[in-house]
Each structure stands twice: as C-alpha cells, then as structure tokens.
Ligand binder design. Structure first.
Ligand SMILES: [Zn+2]
Length: 715
C-alpha cells in the first residue's frame, strides 16, 4: 500500500458530495470540520449527467471549488467518476440507448434513491453512448490530474449491468421476475453473436455445447428461458465480458492521461447483493484492473475475504463503509464505538488499508433521506462521528505498522465460480442457493478462527492450489473439466477436498449431465459415487447421523441436509455419515497423502439460511481433524474472533472481537507468534500473557460486542 501512496497514511474519511447535495453554503465549514476531526481523505462524485449538462458543455465549477477547499484544509481527495447517470441529451441523441428487458420493456432514463438526478438505463453495448462515456472520463481526468488535492482516482465505481436499478436484479433470486432480464436490445443481439463466434470459433463447436444444429452464427437465437443450461450461461457470461471490457477501457483511458501520477482504483460490489446472473458482477473479472481495490463494506467479513482474494495482492480499502443505511421512515439503529471498531478492525484483520465512511452529512434528497450521515441533519457533531474519529486516530498512530503488516495467510480456499452461480440460478430459480452456500461455508470456518480465501476458475492452476491445504466446493454442480483434472494430484499431495451433492455433475464442455456422479471420473478421488437420490421437501431438512469417532466427539452429531438426499455408494471410501434409512450420506476417502470428503446433500446452505449450528461445527471439525492447520484458539468458539497481523520488523497487532451480545470470559491461545508486551490501543492497558512450552495464552473478559486491539513486539 505504501508504494502507491505519496505519503505514509491510512486513507480515512468520508464521502461528501453527490450533486446536488450537500448545499454549497455548507461545504467550507464541513470540510474544515472533517479536517478538525482528523480525517485525511474526502470523496467527491463527478457525475456524467451533472457535470456534462449538454453535449458541448462540461461544467466542473462545483468540483473545482470542492477540490480547492479540500486542498486548503489539507484533505486528500478521491474522485469517483459516476457514469450510470447518463445526461438527458444522450437519450435524445440516441433514441435506442436504453436497455430492453426480456419482456420487451425499454428501461429508463430513471432515478433511484441513490441516483437522485436520474439518467439510469442505457446499454453498455451502445457504441455511440460509449464514445461519450469515455470522452467524459477523459475530460474529467484531464481537468484534475494536476490538482494538488487529488490522491486517488476511483474510475470503476460499482460497475454492474443493472446500473444501480436494484429492482432489475431481483429475478436472480426470484425466477418469476425473469421478464426483467437485461438486455435484449439490438446491439446486444449482434454483439452476443460476435462474442459466441470468438468463443467457439466454429458453429459445430457451439452446436456441441448447446446441443443444436445451427448452420451459421447468424441463425443463433437469444436464450429466452432457463430451461437449457449452456446457452443461458453463455448469455449471462457475455455480459460479464461486456462489463470487464468496459472497466478495462476506463483504466486504459484514465492511465493514458494521468500517466501514473495517481493510483487508479476499481471499487466493486459484493456477491451477496449483486448476483452475477442479473448484475454481471464478478469481482475477479473487474479485479484484473487498477492499482488498488475498494469495495462497499457492510457488516460481513466474507465480503472482505472476497475482495482481498480477487485483488490478488493489490492493496484493498473500504471505499464505502455502509453503517447507517436506511430509507425514509425505514431507519437504521444508531451506532456506537464498538460498532465502528467492529467494522474497521474486521477490515484491518482482513488486510484493508483504508476506510471511507458513507457519508458525512445525512442525505436530504430522495428516499435515502434522512439517514446515512456521520453528522446530524444540520451538520452538527454526533456521538458516532466522535467514535469514528477516535478510531481514525488509533489507525493513524499505527499507520507505519499497518501499511506494511499482513494477516496470517489463509490455507483454506472456497470455490467461487460465476458459471456455477448462473447454473444454480437456472436450475433452482434462485442464485442465493449457490451464494448462501459459499457464505455458509465461510461463516462456519470464520467462527472457528480460520483464515479463508476464495478462489476463482480464472486463477486456479497447480501453483495456486499448492498454497492451500483445504479446498471446499459448496453446492458446486458445475466445475469445469480443467479444474476437475487438477484435483487428483492436489489431493494425492496432501490436500483435503470437501464436496457436496451432485459434485461436478454438469458437463460444461459438452452441454450434458454427467452419467456418473461425481462427474469427470471424480469417483476415483472420492472413492464413492452417487446411488439413488430422493428430494428433501422444500422446507424440510434430512438428518445425517455422523459417527461419533469421526470428529472425536463424545456424542453422535446430527447434521442436516437440504434439497436432496443423495445416497452414496462407497467404492473404497469409509462411510462416516448415514441418512435415517441407514444409507451412506457422507464418505471419507484416503488418496495418497490427502483425503476427500463427499457429502450427499447440501449442508452449508442450511447452516447459513437456518443457523443449523451442527452443520458449521461439522465442517470446521473436518478441517480440525483432517487438515494440518494451526489456528488461534479460544474456549468460546463462534463467539470470539481472534486475528493477528505482523510486519517484518517483529511487530504485531492482535485484534479480539466479541461477536456475541453477552459478556464472555475466555482463555485465548495465540498460534505461531510469541508476543512480548501487548498494549491496548484505546485504553493503554497491557495484556498479561502466559508463556509455556512455546505456547502463549491469556485470559480475558470482553463485554457484549466489545473489540480490543493490542499492539506490541514479537519475541
Ligand atoms: Zn443492450
């Protein structure tokens, strides 16, 4: 992080300006107050519609004034270029600019609660619109590249297909709204065919994948249903590619003008609220571009791990901390110091190097009014503004350490595959079945104090896999052949592979269901295969009785599976779990130095959706027993999260968070490091660490939701 900033500081501050609010007469006083509160960074939006009101007129007087004020008060500015708000003249100049839904509805130009000025709805595949889009970017970068207050260009702010129109995303979780699918405009029609030709090269290859008999690419029909898989996966992945190309070009245009004077940031959105099926948002796709990455942070550590994983070693920051999100008469609860610490230090623990709060003043326009703000409506101090500022002081005090420090590296990886996400949506009508399975697996391990990465097919190769001891594929019906072929060697070398029902059962290359499941010959790894499968009723779960000796438990564990009851046939694996009818439900195979566990149902999903704790404990228990991963340990599992960062100069930070609503007294063992003297960074109290046999431990009481942060030297 230090390499890309001109000075040593942790970017810390807030979003300020989304025209036309706050009002001009408030700017000077507000920016002065920010600086007085120790903020060093302020974010302004440069909006296409607002700042280019007509084709031949750019109007930057507001941003000019704000940038000068930022400079005057010593604040560093992040400029967000906002493109989804296209000017009104764009829609007049190009009557075919709008996206078109599957049901034939022309979209926009329209507003959103967070796009008060309107202009949403144009298609990324309209070349005429795109020409003006990039012209606006070029003009903006030219205007501010030499401004002394400018610190970071945020040119990729939440890129996604539905352009902030949240209601257009909903069909990914509710197939009855599928008529809203975008985009069926004439430009997308033509470009999709061209994209297919590039992908498949010959129509014969496409015919194999789609099971068709087209005689040319001109004959191809756009997918209109989710009844067949490979065509609809291609259709949605075409928009992932469209978005990636758009973001790539933003960086190309900005870099050509800025010439490396400032870091370029891509600020992307989370998989929880932005299904890839409807938004084309695949963090790894846009994560390829830019010097640093930001994300919109909510209260979920899985988001942090996704961001860090897809940024591939580039610095990451929280570009929008959403802590007071709400709408008119749908208000958030007010926040206290532990809430602020929880957000910021869960981020620090996950390697975030900056925090920009959304937003300084409460919103006064549209349905986001009157919430979101660090101040009162009239700009006065709140207790949470003071809390936020106090946490900022502790970050700056430790800036030199934090800029160099790294968390303990993850040895567990969870597979995220956009094509599997789309497949699960097509199959079940709800992409959340895939997403919540990923989140469930993550939560189970996070609560047990493991560090976790996510991995994506575009990066998976032998070298990447060699960094991990455990690979989990939650609800992975689609895993491509290349990856399946890498798994055998990886397990033989000592990996622990964990899979769920219908593992790799869709043959993506040839567009058909595998006849033996797991697919692609994988029964030789699992030493088990699928037998008879029965459904589990939608709101029911099926019991799976796990042998008590499997996880060294005193009592039998009952795990609960969702959607299917896939009876397994062992071909050399040990059966470690049974359905109520006595048939094999979970198998454990040994292969070379490694192991492979196959679960004949879906268990990460009900852990996430229904809080079935036994499922989470079982997943974590498998890792504890069968993978050699040492982790920080505390007696109160699932309630206290323990994180460590260290630098190369022998310093460390220990972050303790009470995740529960009750006070907890517990003993904590630190793994891998022996701390010398640890001082709490808010209270200055020191921690009494006991050393015995190369182990360091201490006893501590944490109040409900309390967060403590210690800094010190390592022996
Ligand atoms: Zn289109």
């Amino acid at each position: 992080m230090r390499n890309i900033l001109k000075e040593s500081y942790i970017p810390f501050g807030s979003q300020y300006y989304r025209a036309p609010s706050p009002s001009r007469n408030e700017w000077e006083n507000d920016l002065k107050n920010m600086a007085d509160n120790g903020f060093n960074t302020v974010k302004f939006w440069v909006q296409w519609r607002w700042n280019q009101p007509s084709e031949d007129r750019f109007c930057f007087d507001d941003i000019d004034e704000l940038m000068d004020l930022a400079g005057r008060f010593g604040l560093k500015a992040m400029l967000n270029t906002i493109f989804d708000v296209a000017p009104a003249w764009i829609y007049h100049k190009f009557p075919d600019a709008s996206m078109v839904t599957l049901s034939g509805r022309k979209i926009g130009p329209q507003t959103q609660p967070h796009r008060q000025i309107g202009g949403l709805g144009y298609c990324f595949n309209h070349d005429g619109v795109m020409q003006h889009f990039f012209q606006f970017l070029a003009e903006t970068v030219k205007r501010y590249t030499n401004h002394p207050a400018l610190a970071i260009w945020n040119v990729g702010s939440e890129p996604e297909l539905t352009s902030s129109m949240a209601e257009m995303r909903e069909y990914a979780d509710d197939a009855s709204k599928m008529g809203d699918m975008l985009c069926y405009c004439d430009n997308c029609r033509v470009k999709f065919r061209n994209w297919l030709e590039l992908k498949y090269q010959t129509i014969e290859r496409l015919n194999i994948s789609w099971n068709r008999n087209y005689t040319s690419f001109e004959e191809i029909e756009l997918p209109l249903t989710r009844n067949t898989f490979n065509d609809i996966i291609d259709w949605r992945m075409f928009f992932v590619a469209t978005l990636g190309e758009n973001v790539r070009k933003r960086f190309e245009v900005a870099k050509a003008i800025d010439q490396g004077r400032h870091p370029l940031m891509c600020h992307h959105v989370f998989i929880q609220g932005f299904p890839v099926t409807s938004t084309a948002s695949d963090p790894w796709n846009v994560g390829r571009f830019g010097d640093l990455h930001g994300f919109t942070q909510m209260d979920d550590p899985a988001m942090i791990d996704v961001l860090r994983s897809c940024a591939k070693g580039k610095p990451v920051i929280s570009a929008e901390m959403l802590m007071l999100n709400g709408y008119t008469l749908d208000l958030p609860r007010s926040i206290d110091i532990n809430d602020v610490k929880r957000f910021i230090f869960s981020g620090i623990a996950g390697n975030l190097k900056g925090f920009i709060f959304w937003q300084y003043r409460p919103e006064i326009l549209g349905r986001e009014a009157p919430t979101w703000g660090l101040t009162t409506l009239d700009g006065e101090k709140t207790s949470w503004l003071q809390d936020f500022a106090r946490v900022g002081q502790v970050l700056q005090k430790n800036a030199d350490f934090l800029l160099e420090a790294q968390p303990q590296s993850a040895e567990i990886a969870i597979s995220y595959n956009p094509e599997n996400q789309i497949f699960i949506w097509a199959a079940t009508g709800n992409e959340k079945n895939a997403t919540n399975s990923l989140l469930g697996a993550h939560k189970a391990l996070y609560e047990h104090n493991y560090n976790i990465d996510f991995v994506h097919p575009i990066e998976i190769d032998e070298k990447l896999l060699s960094h991990y001891k455990v690979l989990i594929f939650p609800f992975s019906y689609l895993i491509d052949q290349r990856i399946c072929h890498l798994l055998e060697d990886w397990v033989k070398k000592g990996g622990l592979l964990i899979g769920e029902s219908y593992f790799a059962a869709w043959n993506r290359e040839n567009g058909h269901h595998e006849k033996i499941v797991p697919g692609y010959g994988l029964p030789k790894i699992f030493k088990a295969r699928q037998g008879v499968v029965d459904p589990v009723n939608t709101n029911d779960l099926v019991d799976i009785l796990v042998d008590s000796d499997v996880l060294d438990n005193e009592e039998e564990i009952v795990v609960k599976g969702a959607i299917v009851q896939e009876r397994l046939i062992s071909e050399g694996a040990k059966v470690i779990g049974y359905f109520p009818d006595g048939s094999p439900a979970i198998t454990l195979a040994e292969l070379g130095l490694g192991k492979a566990v196959l679960i004949g149902s879906y268990i990460a999903l009900p852990f996430y959706n229904k809080g079935i704790q036994a499922n989470g404990d079982f997943l974590a228990g498998l890792i504890k027993k069968y993978a050699n991963i040492s982790t920080n340990y505390c007696d109160s599992l699932g309630q206290i999260r323990v994180d460590l960062l260290k630098n190369e100069s022998g310093q460390m930070m220990l972050i303790l968070r009470n995740l529960s609503e009750t006070a907890i007294n517990t003993e904590i063992h630190i793994c891998g490091l022996i701390p010398k003297l640890l001082a709490e960074q808010f209270s200055a109290e020191t921690l009494n660490v006991v050393y015995q046999d190369n182990d360091s431990s201490f006893n501590i009481t944490l109040n409900p939701k309390e967060v403590k942060v210690y800094f010190g030297e390592i022996f």
